[in-house]
Design a protein around this ligand. Structure first.
Ligand SMILES: [Zn+2]
Length: 338
């Protein structure tokens, strides 16, 4: 095995055999923000042979405090995070394969985006997507690892379908009301790295030892780095009657009640249009009389005060400057099409 991994092979939990399993591993990473970049970086350096990075967003200056795979040039270019992450990984490990998917994981594309992977890692920032991943993973008997970090606090759970509790066993409904986000509570980069380190290590155990690995954690673990509090809740067994892993009623996978337009962050709205391929050169010409336009191969940005519209090639858009979905929809209709 290459010199590159010699120190990891020396670790007896990995060894030559474990390193070979890592090289053959196929891992999906949903969301490539703070936790996602930390997970991607650790697994790529550890030699996970194939990473599929799925992210809907682009790099901004406010990401750089904690999103460790991005730099100022990525933010200046507004590069999609999945693309920027793959480029950065290629500079420190060109021997693994990284596939970038600039997309929002939704019921309609989850099969295509996650197929052919053996383990799903959560780098998202919302429960809607996590429930979707949970439904898919339970349905397909694929392990996945929930990770979240807000403020100085991180929480993570391994979900091994058929063995442990799933996300819906522990949180039957999205914990509304008590949910803080990075937009409202801020976040410490150390909390991100902590939770990503724990989750990445569990991922190594899963790849090397399989779902029966003795040292896999079977709890919901939460740690607050500022107050030094930590807690663990047993997740060793599924909850009887769980909607997802008990009754196998996959409401999120079925896409019930998926809105076409969603709030996305503190002051922006996402329009989930995806059947409208956009020609960026043509759109650039069309929008120029109405404001400042800039595009690269991956996204087009249009500033029409006080709004900022970001368009993706499949027609998806993120509109900043409003939380009013009607305003966002009408801007989209006016400038992109209805
Ligand atoms: Zn369950």
């Amino acid at each position: 095995m290459q010199d590159r991994y010699s120190r990891q092979i020396l670790f007896r939990g990995i060894g030559e055999d474990g390193q070979r399993k890592l090289a053959a591993a196929r891992v999906a990473l949903v969301g490539c923000g703070a936790t996602g970049t930390a997970l991607a970086s650790l697994l790529a350096r550890a030699g996970a042979g194939f990473l599929r990075i799925i992210d809907r967003d682009y790099v901004e200056p406010s990401n750089l405090q904690r999103q460790s795979l991005f730099d100022e040039a990525d933010a200046a270019e507004s590069l999609p995070k999945a693309i920027a992450a793959a480029r950065k990984i290629a500079t420190f490990n060109s021997q693994i394969k990284v596939e970038s998917k600039v997309d929002d994981l939704v019921p309609a594309n989850i099969e295509a985006l996650l197929e052919g992977t053996q383990l799903i890692l959560d780098g998202t920032d919302n429960f809607e997507t996590r429930y979707l991943i949970n439904d898919y993973a339970v349905d397909r008997s694929l392990p996945w690892i929930y990770s979240a970090a807000v403020g100085s606090y991180g929480v993570t759970l391994n979900v091994i379908p058929g063995q442990t509790a799933c996300l819906a066993c522990i949180f039957p409904d999205s914990p509304r009301g008590m949910v803080e986000t990075c937009e409202t509570s801020g976040i410490l980069n150390s909390a991100v790295n902590l939770v990503a380190s724990i989750a990445a290590t569990e991922a190594l155990k899963l790849v090397v030892g399989g779902v029966d690995a003795k040292t896999l954690r079977r709890t919901l673990l939460s740690v607050d780095l500022w107050t030094n509090e930590h807690a663990e809740i047993s997740a060793a067994k599924p909850r009887p009657g769980c909607r997802a892993c008990g009754e196998r009623d996959f409401i999120h996978l079925a896409g019930e009640g998926r809105p076409h337009i969603t709030l996305c962050g503190r002051n922006s709205v996402q329009i989930h249009e995806r059947q409208r391929p956009i020609d960026f050169n043509e759109m650039d010409r069309r929008l120029k009389p109405h404001g400042v336009v800039r595009h690269n191969n991956f996204i087009l940005k249009f500033w029409h005060e006080p709004y900022e519209l970001t368009l993706f090639p499949d027609g998806r858009a993120i509109i900043k400057g409003t939380t009013d979905t009607a305003v966002a929809r009408s801007l989209y209709a006016r400038f992109v099409g209805s």
